[in-house]
Design a protein around this ligand. Structure first.
Ligand SMILES: [Zn+2]
Length: 199
């Protein structure tokens, strides 16, 4: 993908994500690298995002793998800025990540600080300093992107069409919910997933 194409995607991604996060540009280059290296697939392309960051919005926008159609799964516990795109038919995939060892602290200092979460307190606070830093991160990234994006051929341990869970009515709230096992109550009524209280 050309620099111009990446920046065009950045405009769309920033509108969707509601922030001009520099991570979007990095994500766009990673996703496009995975798409190109994966090549032709037999079935649908599915995606794993290793954490829910701006990267997950890029995946949804560029690949059409979404949380809603269940072609995208997030492995949030991993917390890595990485993704895998794979063929649902055979589990053949490409994992994209960043090789931090290849980022020079001298030549691309702002990018280096961005990945090591070492940008100044002024930048962390937001405002003009953050905008300036973000632009600099993007600028530096575009000069070294080919070197620092790592693309690996992988095979998924688990793949294929997701199982549709059976629906049942909760005996307490009477709402329809998707059953994991043969429980009779939804997660809110059991208390396990109670995330709100009546106002
Ligand atoms: Zn219930």
């Amino acid at each position: 993908m050309t620099d111009q194409e990446i920046m065009d995607w950045f405009e769309k991604a920033a509108a969707f994500h509601r922030k001009r996060a520099p991570g979007l540009v990095i994500g766009i280059a990673m996703v496009s690298g995975c798409i190109e290296k994966l090549g032709e697939v037999k079935d649908k392309v599915n995606a794993i995002c290793e954490s829910i960051l701006c990267l997950s919005d890029v995946i949804q926008l560029m690949t059409g793998c979404t949380l809603g159609n269940r072609y995208l799964k997030s492995y949030d516990k991993l917390g890595r800025f990485a993704l895998t795109l794979y063929d649902r038919a055979d589990g053949r995939g490409v994992r994209g990540s960043i090789d931090i060892d290849k980022i020079s602290a001298q030549e691309t200092p702002e990018l280096y600080k961005f990945f090591l979460r070492k940008r100044s307190d002024e930048v962390k606070a937001g405002g003009e300093a953050r905008i300036k830093s973000g632009e600099q991160v993007i600028k530096e990234f575009m000069t070294v992107r080919e070197q620092i994006i790592k693309l690996e051929d992988v095979y998924l341990e688990k793949f294929g069409k997701g199982v549709m869970l059976p629906a049942a009515r909760c005996k307490t709230c009477r709402e329809s919910f998707l059953r994991q096992n043969d429980e009779e109550e939804c997660g809110v009524c059991t208390g396990e997933m109670r995330y709100y209280r009546p106002a």
